[in-house]
Write a protein that binds this ligand. Sequence first.
Ligand code: FE2
Ligand code: FE2
Length: 267
Amino acid sequence: MVDTYRATPDIEVITSDFAIPGFGLLPVNAFVLKGREPLLVDTGAVAESDDFMAKLRSMIDPSELKWIWLTHTDFDHMGSLHRLLDEVPQVRLITTFGGVGIMSAYKPLPMNRLNFLNPGEKMTVGDRTLTAFRPPVFDSPATVGFYDSKSKAVFSSDCFGAILQKTVQNAGDLTAQEMREGQVFWATVDSPWVHKVDRSAFGAELKTIEQMQPELVFSSHLPMANGKMFGAMTAALAEAPGAQPFSGPDQAALEQMLKQMTEAPAG
Ligand SMILES: [Fe+2]
Ligand SMILES: [Fe+2]
């Protein structure tokens, strides 16, 4: 079920918890940044598009949107993208050449309504300057996050996500251990290549990311987090290359799950 909350006076979150059987809950977030040129960051999951659109309408008239930032093209990020492009003729999509290429295998994007923004580039969106960056972990070559000058917030896409055992609206309501374990585990699931990195190069990249010193962190898969937690979040990522590699349940586990689902309750 899709829910909403206000993160700051002009940033609202559209969120849903996806249950991952046997592991926990994965928040799936999109963000509405209000201002002179309203911006929607990602468009929810395909499976929840109707609910997502209803919740979006409860916080903004979609016809007011000027921009959509697609952090990448996965099904939990592009769920209502084409509906919005169809419904709001003036909205423009910020993405990359790679993002357009991947989307073309599903349904082509309107080329005259795109703004390409590559990592390292900036663009002005009304009263905000957005600085694009490639997050240190990601699961798609199209992934681009950004730093917003107005809110001093980082929007990190899948990076800094966590598989959690309970629903919270603020990452500060999790214990340090819940955060660290959830983030390390998610990094091994979503970015399995992390075990192949040169750890000193990866550590140097994390140090560079830390220098952004955001006041807020908005990951697609973590409740909103205060920037004071950013050091602990990058430290958790630094652990990921040496963590246990993730291997999903095998066929025997699947058959056990199916058996449990079909067995009549005892008694
Ligand atoms: Fe992803
Ligand atoms: Fe994602």
